[in-house]
Ligand binder design. Sequence first.
Ligand code: AGP
Length: 608
Amino acid sequence: MCGIVGYIGKEDCINPLVAGLTSLEYRGYDSAGIAILNGDSLKVLKDEGKLSRLKDLLKKNELCSNIGIGHTRWATHGAPSKENAHPHTCCQDKIAVVHNGIIENHSVLREDLIKKGHKFSSETDTEIIAHLIEDFYEGDLKAAVSKAIGFLKGSFALVVMSSDNPKLIVTAKQDSPMVLGIGKNANLVASDIPALLGQTREMIIMDNGEMAVLGQDSYQIIDFDGNPVNKAIAHISWDQEAAEKGGFEDFMLKEIHEQPVAVRETLRGLIDDDGTVNLKELKIDSSRIKDINRVVIIACGTSYHAGLVGNSAIESWARIPVELDIASEFRYRNLLVDDKTLVIAITQSGETADTLAGLRSAKDKGAIVVAVTNVVGSSVTREADGLIYTHAGPEIGVAATKTFTSQIAALYVIALFIAQVKGRLTNEEIKKRSVKLWDIPELIKQALTQEENIKKIAQKYAKKPDFLFLGRGLGVPIALEGALKLKEISYIHAEGCAAGEMKHGPIALIDDDCPVVVVATNSATIDKVKANTEEVKARNAQIIAVVNEGNHIFDGVADDLLFVPEISDIFSPIINIIPLQLFAYYVAKAKGCNVDQPRNLAKSVTVE
Ligand code: AGP
């Protein structure tokens, strides 16, 4: 995944480009670059590494222009390097391109272009686009881009400028996100909405198969066949503050603290004040849901862990078989789904390639596909039959936190909805549970009050090389997610495991240098969890236990306790994850890690 931005207007483009790239850096930070019009020619500045390197370059080169494009890269084809950084230019350096996506047929196109005499200076798939446009260029940039994209296979959001056409920039979109910003004296384009909020609140979300030509005070949208497309301008009311850190040291910490609001907003979008489930965006006839005989949940990473919780809630309340699959596996299975299967694809970004591919395969087999996502206008929203939005607001930290708890909240509501439609719970039973959901935001707030205690405990363990996370029942998804959070931001090896499974192998890891984190809140299996904890204690492990306030069952067993307020077992995951998010955060901070942009990771993974 990469971030792209383009500006054409009356003012200098450097500030809007840099502001846009700063907001987009979560999409990739292997390199950054811009191209601007400098007199009659293009000037490209780019470097390997984070945006700060580009900012240093800009300080040394005093540039000013009213048209430019920019890019922040997450490497796919070609290593992170200055040569592979975007923008890429053609042989004569008259055309510059920034790209987000993957050109699958780039090798064939490259060979053809080399035969025609084009010389390449990078290993990227993107560079072929610049040369292809150059090959078709006969004085009309729009026409050349249009011809070039006809040869591209794969996904692309492109922004193109040319020194021979100084009054326009051209964009095209297929399977990668793209938004136009319509300003008073400027028009812009970017990978997402927050990147443009500093300039305008009037936006157009582009769809697949569309191109746009932006001038200083005009824009034209056409389809790939050249037909004009009329699109509504959406007024975006998001506060710019919402996309910034708001006084917290990192986005991740801010987003952890935003969870009471994120969950409340998510519930507000799905349940009416009187407790009635109201899935406004689902747009699937209830009779189709009534007929389903199976639910399949697909997702990746943290979203998969939310799916594990959703699995239990749907099976418990709707009494219908649920299967859960990792999207990258599901997409290649010989699928057993049909029009009686409800497939729920969970993806906060709405852009995860594996989840999108799984969704398409399920649709091809006739399944009813519903997407749970946080991003309005993301790819998944255009492909699913029905939508359930989480309303967590923009999540900038690469490690998912508020989108995770919001996904769980949404899945509880989906479980109630299926139970309602299939008549497995009475209206009264539905309302009883939906009313309980409204307690969750306040209980998350209470869990967050333990922050200082958790910080001290995290600092005590920050030098340990390995961690094991254990839980039973609904503690298992939280053990898995706690371990994922710790490893992705602190780079400490951590494994999550069902406590009963530990004796079948993981117990061999245990020694006094491998602390064990146990999810040990009240449930039907708490005594079993305690017995497993004693087994690891007997092997010299230090124990950190997540327990309910006022519960002394782990006193004398655990070395350290992380307290959470009590809630019924089915809702416990959404509360129990809070101390483990904070634990991972403070371990990573103690180690001096960049929690918002962990190495090798990107906010959404738009490649296989
Ligand atoms: C979460 O902290 C991870 N960065 C990652 O596992 C993520 O959940 C996964 O890539 C799925 O993303 P999605 O929800 O946007 O599809």
